[in-house]
Structures are given as C-alpha cells and as structure tokens.
Design a protein around this ligand. Structure first.
Ligand SMILES: *Cc1c(COP(=O)(O)O)cnc(C)c1O
Length: 393
C-alpha cells in the first residue's frame, strides 16, 4: 500500500478503511463553466449537482463586471479590510446588501465558512451558550466549538426541544443558530416558531441563509422575506454569494452595533486578505439580476414542481423540500454511490451524499435544480432515474 514507509502508515490504514465503507471521496475535474451542461474528462454531462440555482455563475453581465473591475482594481485584494484592502466596490456591495436585506448594515466575508467562524466566535465566549439544530451546516457547528461557548444541539426543527434546553441554561448570552434552508435536506427551518422561543428566553437568533438568498421570497431576499421577519426577530442574518448569486464570498446583515462588533472582533474577518474587488463588482451585478429577473425564481419553481411530480410517480423517496435542493433518500452508502455512478454512466451528474455529511443510514442522491435547466432536461433526468433505479432494484 502506498503510504507505508513515509511515516504515514496510520493515515494510509484510515484511508483504506474509508474506501471499504464506501465513504471515500474523490474529486471530478470540471473543464467548463458551471451550467446545465458541463464537461468532465472530455465527456459532456447534464449537471444536477451545482448550487448555481439561478444560473448566474456564468452570466455574461456578471462576467463582464468582473472583467471590467479587474481592469481597474487588478486581481488581488492586496491587504485585509482593516489595513487598506477595503475598496470602494466592497463598500458599495455592503451598502447594496444592507438595502436588499432591509437591515442597517452588512459586512462582507471572503467565504461563508469564514463568516460563520467569525460571527459566532466574536459574539460568544466562555460563560455563553450556543444552541444549534443538529442538521446545521458544518461551518456553524465548527464555529460553535471554536467559540468556547457551551455547545448544545437541539433535535432537527424541534422548537420544544430547543425551549427545554434554553430553559435549563443559565448562560449570560444565548445564541440560537439555524440554517434557513437545510443544505442536505432542502427543508426550511420553522423560523417564526424559533423567533418566538428565542425571544422568550432573551436569546439572539442567527440564521444562515446560504441556500435561501436569491431563491426564496418574491424579491429573492431569502427566508426572512419568505416568513416576513425583521431585524428584531432575526438579528443576525448571514448569507453567501457562492450559491444563488453565482459568485463567491459571504455577508452578514444586521444592526450597526452588530456589524461594528464584528469588524473589531471577528478574527476570520480581521486576519485575512479582502476578497478580490472584482468578485465584489461581479456580485453587485448578480444582486441586480436577482432583483430584476424574477423569472429565474418562477422558472425554478416550475422545474421543482415538475421534478417532484415525476419522481413521486417513479416511487422515489423525496424529502419535504420546496427548494432547489431535492434529495432522493437512499439509505445505504454503497447503493447511493452505485446509483450516482449509474447516472454518471448515462451522462447525468448527481452527487451521492454520505456520512459524515449526513447522519448514518441516510445516504442520498442530492439533486439540485437551477433556472439554467430546461423542462426537457429535467425530463431527461427523470427518464434516466427511472432506468437506473428500475435496473438495480
Ligand atoms: C455552502 C454553505 C456555507 C459555506 O459557504 P461558502 O461560501 O461556500 O464557504 C455555509 N453555510 C451553509 C448552510 C452552506 O450551505
């Protein structure tokens, strides 16, 4: 076995065990832009696994804004935001995002992972407590551990379990954290009920709306718009730019005090180079498209309905999701990988999601839909699913 003799035999054994459990991950090498059709290893595939929900990642106007800003600002951010890396276009994007979310301020981070680490560890420390839905994104769970606060998970979307845990806590600050749209299940958090329970216990509510921004709500303002929740109700609203917006980076929106606290104390904000200004410029354009082209959300809804109807007719087990994340529950990791491989052999890319990303015994095919798909392409996905699930039963 390779690895023996380099001092890493222990690691090599661990890798071999992962392979045996069908949990080994390897990367595809994509040769084209994101879109409904992508090329991998010289082969074309129908792409049903990207998070480019609105089809903006390769939009000509977004690309043109990126190019124009690169001509002006160059490529590198050059320094952190607190030195001199905070450019006029970063600032303009922050102001636009504040307006879009209906919050007084917004603050950019280089990635969503870093935003979550920075926000939670700036707001909490020893003596505080963080309460997280057990299906929250890994970056939120990691952030809770990093903060040093007492860490508690509540049952998925279970408000009475949260209520009990909050009641039992004597912590100084209590932060309740949830995904707005759960990234591996596609369901929405019960936000109005979470708001109520959090307020009852004088806690703060933080929502990570990575998958809701751009997609949910009439204006695409995400789950806060969908449930009509203001800043008082969701004081810490986080979103990312790498999914529905089709660019890269993340932001948090909230009060002046919140944002100034993060500027002073969020270590993943302070100790890192600002995102390339051209990315901010591209994001400004995609924000305009999110707002002006509501047809993208309408088309997406129609494709989601088409997919769910078709998959139900095939007897596939779907989850309670009205979002572009439409997992097909499989259960067994090996079978999920087999199905994903069979789909790939038929020219359709759908990822198998396995533990530890999801709980043991809940491996699934994670289908994601995009406004860049056509009705006919969703039909093709359903035809291929019918064939591969029928063949291997
Ligand atoms: C993708 C994702 C993140 C991380 O965002 P990046 O910008 O990709 O680092 C955070 N939270 C959730 C819920 C996500 O789905």
């Amino acid at each position: 076995m390779s690895g023996l003799g380099d001092g890493f035999s222990d690691l090599a054994e661990q890798l071999a065990a992962r392979k045996q459990q069908h949990l080994y991950r390897s990367r595809l090498i994509t040769e084209t832009a994101q879109g409904a059709d992508i090329r991998i290893g010289g082969q074309s595939y129908l792409n049903f696994c990207s998070n480019d929900y609105l089809g903006l990642a390769n939009h000509p106007q977004v690309v043109a804004s990126f190019q124009k800003a690169a001509d002006h600002y160059g490529v590198g951010g050059g320094a952190s935001h607190l030195v001199n890396g905070h450019s006029a276009v970063h600032h303009e994007l922050e102001e636009a995002l504040a307006e879009f979310t209906g919050r007084p301020r917004a603050l950019l981070f280089s990635t969503g992972y870093m935003a979550n680490l920075g926000i939670i560890s700036a707001l909490l420390g020893r003596g505080d407590a963080v309460f997280q839905d057990r299906l929250n994104h890994a970056s939120l769970l990691d952030a809770g551990l990093l903060s040093g606060a007492r860490f508690q998970r509540f049952k998925h979307a279970d408000v009475s379990d949260l209520d009990k845990k909050l009641s039992a806590s004597a912590a100084r600050r209590k932060l309740v954290v949830t995904d707005g749209v759960f990234s591996m299940d596609g369901d929405l958090a019960p936000l109005p009920e979470l708001v109520q329970v959090t307020q009852k216990h004088n806690g703060w509510l933080m929502v990570d709306d990575a998958h809701g921004f751009g997609c949910l709500g009439e204006q695409g303002q995400g789950c806060a718009e969908y449930f009509n929740l203001d800043q008082q109700q969701v004081p810490v609203l986080m979103g990312t730019l790498g999914k529905g917006f089709g660019t890269a980076g993340a932001f948090v929106a909230g009060s002046d005090t919140l944002i100034e606290t993060l500027i002073q104390q969020a270590r993943s904000y302070i100790y890192t180079t600002a995102m390339p200004p051209a990315v901010a410029a591209a994001s400004l354009t995609s924000l305009q498209l999110v707002q002006s082209e509501s047809w993208r959300r309408e088309k997406l809804s129609a494709l989601i309905a088409q997919f769910r109807r078709g998959a139900e007719q095939l007897g596939l087990e779907l989850m309670a999701s009205q979002t572009p994340i439409q997992p097909i529950m499989v259960g067994d990791s090996e079978r999920a990988v087999q199905l994903s491989n069979a789909l790939k052999a038929a020219g359709v890319l759908v990822t198998a999601i396995r533990p530890p990303t999801v709980p043991a015994g809940t491996a699934r095919l994670r289908v994601t839909l995009s406004a860049s798909h056509s009705e006919q392409q969703v039909g093709q996905l359903l035809d291929v699913l019918a064939r591969v699930t029928g063949e291997s039963k």
